[in-house]
Design a protein around this ligand. Sequence first.
Ligand SMILES: C[S@@+](CC[C@H](N)C(=O)[O-])C[C@H]1O[C@@H](n2cnc3c(N)ncnc32)[C@H](O)[C@@H]1O
Length: 491
Amino acid sequence: MFFQPMHQSSTDWKRSVRCDLVPKAHHHPVHCGLVDSKDPKAIRANLFQSIPMDVTVSAAARLSNPAFASPHIEAWLHGCHVDAPVSSNIGANDLPFQRWMKFKEAFSPTFVINALASLPEVPTSCVDPFGGSGTTALTCSFLGIEITTIEVNPFLADLIEAKITPSRASSLASAYAQVLDISRGTKVDAKTVLASAPKSLREPGVNGRFVFWAEAIDRILAIRAAIESVESPKSRRLLTVLLGSILVEASNVVVNGKGRRYRGSWMSRRIGPGEVDELFEQSVRRAAADLARFGARRRAPAKVLHGDSRILLGGIAQTDVAVFSPPYPNSFDYTDVYNLELWVLGYLDSSESNRTLRLSTLRSHVQVRWDELARAQKSSTLKLTLSKLARKRDQLWDPHICEMIAGYFADMKTIFESLATVLRPAGHAIVVVGDSCYASVQVPTAKILQEVAMDSGFVVVSDTPIRSMRNSAQHGGKHELDERCLVLRRK
Ligand SMILES: C[S@@+](CC[C@H](N)C(=O)[O-])C[C@H]1O[C@@H](n2cnc3c(N)ncnc32)[C@H](O)[C@@H]1O
């Protein structure tokens, strides 16, 4: 009874993009080619959509801090699809660095640039408390804007760090050669290494189903062990991330909404050590090519904090602006969705570490039960939504959804309260969020977050729809879930 996730497949986006009424500041032709005219909601403004690349490049030039900015930002953005939804990774998936790891929940670097350019002042520092694949961090690093980013998932935190503190291509090449050499003579006892991991990870798996063929996972673990012997922490981190980036392709599953599903005819797609080596080599080659072009670029100082932003955000230095997309209250569990990378690369090594990580994530999922009751909130829209959900408790696919929603907004209150102390007076927060729906009860996330933010020391500057996403089949599959961009200003 899962409803559909907010982030769509690449074949779905063209149908769901709405009319692009461009913000006045940009003065470029309106592109309405993708509107579904039968959808009455289609005639809605879609800020930041289809902004021509030359407009984005000029915006980047205006934002660039001469002390640190890279002169190569235009070259970096080359190949970005401007008609793709800016709140998804679809248009920017092939960009250098972004292509290292497909992260469906990423927004586009062009969104970060145009959102920042829409503010009255040019920022010199920025924070992203929900770093993900590091789009805000990487874009700011190109713009010369000092960046602090926080990410709780240790694999993703390493991915961000690898992107914004790049190694030299030559160091990557020699570390890779060393790893290949050592791994050929390395034998790993997979059963011991994966003793606490889900049994379905390695052949023979459970009930005849398994995520990796034994030969494939054994080779991956040999490479992992060889990477551990690389001396340079930067090269070690980068190679670990690159090994992580091939895991889904080397497995028998694909990412499917909130979890994984087995590939069609996976039994006849036998992945062995040769295929693993080939995938790893391709991934290293791609990264080396990106590092050769952009690795030595001038860049702004950048910090990646590994951990829970509910705890860490309040402790960072004063900052001009925040640009981020938190998890949505859609029961999407990031620990689950990235569990191959976490288990296979050794970031998780016990069920306890798995549970600890889940408890450190925002309360956007029902995978663990939280002991505490959420703090009472002043938001009248939240109160109304919670009472509607409570009345339908017996129709919800999980009885704890009410607590999850209350917990989610309590967590976001903590985030806004910390932001209010960390942002300089009149500093802005740019937030991308999406609605959810449970048993036909709409959770209007952006509306509730506005009320929560106003109660935490912010005024709402704007609330703009970005796109509309499909509801679940159970809810008719219509485009009813809004994804919106909130711009808030600290009082
Ligand atoms: C929507 S994604 C962010 C995507 C990002 N804007 C990008 O472009 O890649 C939300 C991220 O928040 C992270 N997250 C969840 N709970 C967190 C917490 N308590 N502290 C820090 N990060 C958290 C998730 O692991 C996920 O990577």
